[in-house]
Design a protein around this ligand. Structure first.
Ligand SMILES: CC(C)(COP(=O)(O)OP(=O)(O)OC[C@H]1O[C@@H](n2cnc3c(N)ncnc32)[C@H](O)[C@@H]1OP(=O)(O)O)[C@@H](O)C(=O)NCCC(=O)NCCS
Length: 307
């Protein structure tokens, strides 16, 4: 067994980490090189590095999306060191860090093809709470406006009706009340966050006779700034297809080269996406996991940091 230490990332780890991340998968490229510098500089994030003989052989990152929620991402182990318990050690060290900082809720997404991760999550009793599929489309230069339906940017005066829409069971789309924030991180769409998103002009909706019938929230994808990225969508059966068209038009007006996002697997919404010529940018499904860091049950690993 190799002797493994886990510590926070240092500037000098960059080269070794990016070198082993070139071989993360056999048939697709990794994105760590596109985000490393930003990850390193963000105070709300922590990159944990597993080292063997001082050489980085694994990483895992958490980002505090709020003062009670953490987003896990970027778990990677150098091919030459896989199957030796390094991810297990990184996992336990990250959990310990979150417990020490009183961060209650953890989330992450796993692709349907990542069987090792899915097994690992299941053995830790981490539950899948939702499924998502990323979609893309091209912007459109014109859209036929339907009488009685008005597409508009929401402002503070729309807050009450918008918040009602988010919380009412009558609408289709995102049911768990999650917003997929900047750089693909799920977080609870809490009232203060929602207010802030409206104030920043990121919430768009369709009104019918002055009643708000659907809304979408803009997000951002730093690693591909050309895409108009969506982080939330919800509305009535009738208005959702129109909202999708209007958003494509908005993306055109804002000079984006494409529009996309992760959409919940709500049958009706998926149907509209298909009819609206959105294509799936991943053929499988992403499982959204959520677990409680502070409960004892899920934390079965030793916390020594070496094996
Ligand atoms: C997934 C990955 C991080 C695992 O790293 P690792 O250091 O090899 O994993 P460990 O040896 O610590 O094993 C972790 C668990 O997975 C199991 N496991 C490891 N390799 C496995 C394999 N090839 N097949 C089945 N199970 C495996 C271990 O038995 C262990 O189970 P347990 O802790 O629940 O008892 C690594 O394979 C990797 O970097 N893969 C590519 C990137 C990736 O998929 N990241 C996750 C994205 S969500």
């Amino acid at each position: 067994m190799v002797e493994v230490q886990v510590r926070l990332a240092r500037t000098e780890d960059r080269e070794a980490v990016l070198a082993f991340c070139q071989n993360t998968w056999e048939n697709k490229s990794d994105y760590i090189h596109l985000v490393w510098d930003q990850w390193f500089s963000e105070p709300k994030g922590r990159i944990f590095v597993a080292v063997v003989n001082e050489v980085p052989v694994g990483i895992g990152r958490v980002f505090m999306v709020s003062d009670s929620e953490a987003w896990w991402e970027g778990l990677r182990v150098d091919r030459a060191y896989r199957g030796q318990g390094i991810a297990r050690i990184l996992n336990s060290q990250i959990e310990e860090f979150l417990r020490e900082n009183n961060i209650k809720t953890s989330r992450c997404i796993v692709r349907s093809e990542d069987q090792v991760m899915l097994g690992m999550m299941a053995r830790r009793n981490r539950k899948i709470i939702s499924y998502y599929i990323p979609h893309r489309n091209t912007p459109i230069s014109t859209v036929e406006s339907l009488s009685g339906l008005i597409f508009t940017q929401l402002n503070n005066s729309d807050f009450n009706s918008a918040w009602e829409l988010v919380n009412s069971s009558e609408f289709y789309g995102e049911n768990n009340c999650f917003y997929i924030g900047r750089e693909v991180k799920w977080q609870k769409l809490k009232i203060e966050l929602f207010k802030n998103l409206i104030e920043r002009g990121l919430v768009w909706g369709i009104k019918q006779s002055d009643r708000l019938v659907s809304l979408a929230i803009q997000s951002a994808l730093d690693r591909d700034k050309e895409v108009f990225w969506l982080g939330y969508i919800r509305g009535t059966k009738e208005s959702l297809p129109i909202l999708l068209l209007e958003l494509r038009h908005l993306a055109f007006q804002k000079k984006y080269s494409s529009i996309g996002g992760f959409f919940p697997t709500c049958e009706l919404l998926l149907n509209y996406l298909e009819k609206g010529e959105f294509w799936k940018s991943y053929t499988g499904v992403f499982s959204l996991f959520e677990w409680d860091n502070l409960s004892i049950a899920g934390n079965r690993e030793n916390l020594t940091g070496s094996s």
